[in-house]
Ligand binder design. Structure first.
Ligand code: AHR
Length: 491
């Protein structure tokens, strides 16, 4: 048993949390769309072909915004292929994932689906094979009220009122050599800037996300962000970050500390944003859209064997285990700790493809990582507060001085509740935690995930890795070894 303490002052605020930090992502990739959210003819689907069992799980998760239609897919996508009468939509090759895209599902269907789950669309434009012209046409189609070619085309497709899409991505991972239409930093910076200008001229109320680096290890990291920001600063609102994690060396102590790596990455990007702000003597901040984050490694070997040009193949179908859920909890803590600058974040992805929700033809179920996300989305809205932690540390192969506990608190003034999220990274020791608040609080409950084999997973047959609840005592709390904890109080 290790003793530890957490002190939470109601006034030690990090930031108000933008609800979009609980965003997610649906790409035309594998079975995310076809066989995931959309499966006409399945007994669980409604008249639109939407899987009702998936809708229920998504609604519970409470994702306020969903990025669409990619990902790598968007860099070869013609949005016009996915609107209008279905029987006129072309079948095309997708060169991002080497599959065949039927275009049976497009933004019209996605919009309807979003209505049924209560989320909004975060739309990405293609800056790979296309550019400013197609992006401005798409915006005119989506957001202009009517009386022009593109807005009237939308109305003729049955959508009288504009979609009113507020958050837009200027391409995807354009720094990556794997990307369709990959660009140098300067090429992308120019295209993104010119696209942004046209888009904001049409609809000044929109917010734009420019592509940052595809991950922290990219050779062009830093230089890329600086070049893009120097060109586009006045025309954009966010720069994107992407990162995926995996326990590839089967080194759990290092793996459970990967959110420290995420924190370093965020701080590095914020530093570049602020350096450019200083260079430009600007009053404006550029914030972060961490629009792809998750664990992704379990499915990689399988996916290397896939044949080309299949339709909706099983791809990126990571089966998540208990230690993945612990890390996802840690990553959520890090996003909340940086919520003064991270305003949007998308768990990549939502259904079947590196996803918290899986389906087969019979049912949909929650993977292990579903639960920490559900907890953060449910109890992590309001104002993020620093939780001052005092605990032992450890060294792992990858990280030095890793605190055994990681934590953040969230105060919800409307509900008069305060929640403290705590990850116990210790694989051997319980934590004997004393917790104090600056104001009087009353315990509600202690939700936790612990006691599972680190490699235990939920499948269609077994859904055993789930949270449990126990009563919460004031003052002293025991946190199990290797545990995710949600300590809920009212005030
Ligand atoms: O989310 C899966 C893929 O990961 C996305 O298409 C791409 O943007 C990233 O490399």
């Amino acid at each position: 048993m290790k003793s530890a303490s957490i002190s939470v002052s109601f006034k030690n605020e990090i930031s108000e949390i933008d609800n979009r930090i609980y965003g997610s992502f649906i790409e035309h990739l594998g079975r995310a769309v076809y066989g995931g959210i959309y499966q006409p003819g399945n007994p669980n689907s409604d008249e639109n072909g939407f899987r009702q069992d998936v809708i229920e799980l998504v609604k519970k998760l409470g994702v306020p915004i969903v990025r669409y239609p990619g990902g790598n897919f968007v860099s070869g996508y013609n949005w016009e292929d996915g609107v209008g009468p279905k029987d006129k939509r072309p079948v095309k090759l997708d060169l991002a994932w080497f599959t065949t895209e039927t275009n049976e599902f497009g933004m019209q269907e996605f919009d309807k689906w979003l209505e049924s789950v209560g989320s909004e669309m975060m739309m990405a434009v293609n800056l790979g094979t296309r550019g400013p012209d197609e992006a401005r046409n798409l915006l005119e189609y989506a957001n202009f009220p009517g009386g022009t070619y593109w807005s009237d085309l939308r109305r003729s497709h049955g959508k009288e009122k504009p979609y009113g899409i507020h958050t837009w991505c200027l391409g995807n991972e354009m720094d990556g050599p794997w990307q369709i239409g990959h660009k140098t930093a300067y090429e992308y910076a120019r295209t993104a800037t010119e696209t942004a200008k046209l888009m904001k001229w049409i609809d000044p109320s929109i917010e734009l996300v420019a592509c940052g680096s595809s991950n922290f290890k990219m050779k062009t990291f830093g230089e890329w962000e600086h070049t893009v920001l120097m060109e586009a600063y006045d025309h954009i609102d966010y720069i994107s970050m992407h990162e995926y994690y995996g326990n590839t060396n089967d080194d759990t102590p290092s793996y459970l500390a990967e959110n420290i790596g995420m924190d370093k990455f965020i701080k590095a990007v914020v530093a570049i944003c602020d350096m450019v702000k200083a260079e430009k003597k600007s009053e404006k901040n550029i914030n972060i859209s961490f629009d792809e984050w998750n664990v992704w490694y379990h499915s990689k070997a399988h996916d290397e064997q896939l044949e080309h040009w299949g339709r909706a193949p099983h791809r990126l179908e990571d089966v998540y285990n208990f230690e993945d859920a612990l890390l996802v909890g840690g990553l959520l803590i890090t996003l909340l700790k940086n919520s003064d600058r991270v305003k949007i974040a998308c768990l990549a992805q939502l259904v079947n493809v590196i996803a918290p929700i899986m389906t087969n033809d019979e049912k949909a179920w929650a993977q292990t990582i579903y639960y920490p996300f559900f907890h953060a989305s449910s109890y992590g809205r309001g104002t993020a507060l620093n939780a001052v932690v005092s605990c032992d540390t450890y060294d792992s192969a990858k990280y030095r001085n890793v605190p055994l506990l990681d934590s953040v608190a969230v105060r919800n003034d409307e509900k008069r509740e305060i929640t403290v999220f705590v990850l116990n990274r210790s694989l051997t020791d319980e934590a004997d935690l004393s917790i104090e608040f600056s104001e009087e609080v009353k315990p509600i409950e202690h939700i936790y995930m612990s006691g599972y084999d680190l490699k235990a997973a939920n499948t269609a047959e077994h859904g055993d890795v789930v949270p449990k609840t126990k009563s919460l005592e004031s003052g002293k709390i025991t946190l199990d070894k290797a545990s995710w904890n949600v300590l809920r109080y009212s005030f």
